[in-house]
Design a protein around this ligand. Structure first.
Ligand code: FES
Length: 184
């Protein structure tokens, strides 16, 4: 049997924020790329590069306006789902360019994204849906050259699952989820 090639890290899905963090745009860094994670008015989550194409302003300090994030510097607005510029005061949006929007999924209390063009599925955690509840904890960074793997541990509070998201070379951000049985 021919061994399957190892998946590229960039094609995988990685958590970059907790769902509860998105009451305002949230900065994230994944494999050295600065990102901004936000929830648009309809409830959908979006991930864009954290760099406005006008003069490089950071969007993390911007505001969500409808389905877009508004740059705090000169008011250009970038649609979350596809990165299109939808407002640019004094300039035609035909000339403003488009940010490279990333896929985004809200699952298990975490926001997941991928830097690959054809990402595989978001990790499936059997039993994490019906009949279970979960709590997510503050992410922490660890230093580790080798690629850690997802770990699951039984604790007295439930099943602890830890995901490792690559921040940059040698640094991984650990997102922890505790899964418990729902009562009633
Ligand atoms: S830097 Fe973003 S609108 Fe000018």
């Amino acid at each position: 049997m021919t061994p399957k090639p190892a998946g590229r890290l960039s094609d995988g899905w990685h958590p970059v924020a907790r769902s509860t963090d998105l009451d305002r745009p949230c900065p994230a860094i994944l494999s050295g790329q600065q990102l901004v994670v936000f929830r648009i008015t309809g409830g959908e989550v979006c991930v864009l590069p954290d760099r406005c194409l006008h003069r490089g302003g950071s969007l993390r300090r911007g505001a969500v306006v409808g389905d877009a994030i508004e740059c705090p510097y000169h008011g250009w607005r970038w649609r979350g789902t596809d990165g299109r510029c939808v407002a640019s005061p004094g300039v035609s949006t035909r000339t403003t360019g488009t940010l490279a929007a990333k896929p985004a999924v809200d699952r298990y209390g975490l926001i997941w994204t991928s830097l690959g063009e054809t990402p595989a599925e978001v990790p499936d955690l059997p039993g994490l849906g019906q009949g279970r509840s979960y709590a997510t904890y503050e992410p922490v960074d660890i230093h580790c050259e080798a690629r850690p793997v997802v770990t699951t541990t039984r604790t007295d509070r439930g099943r602890l699952i830890q995901f490792y998201s690559p921040v940059r070379q040698g640094v991984w951000r650990v997102f922890s989820v505790t899964v418990t049985e729902q009562v009633g």
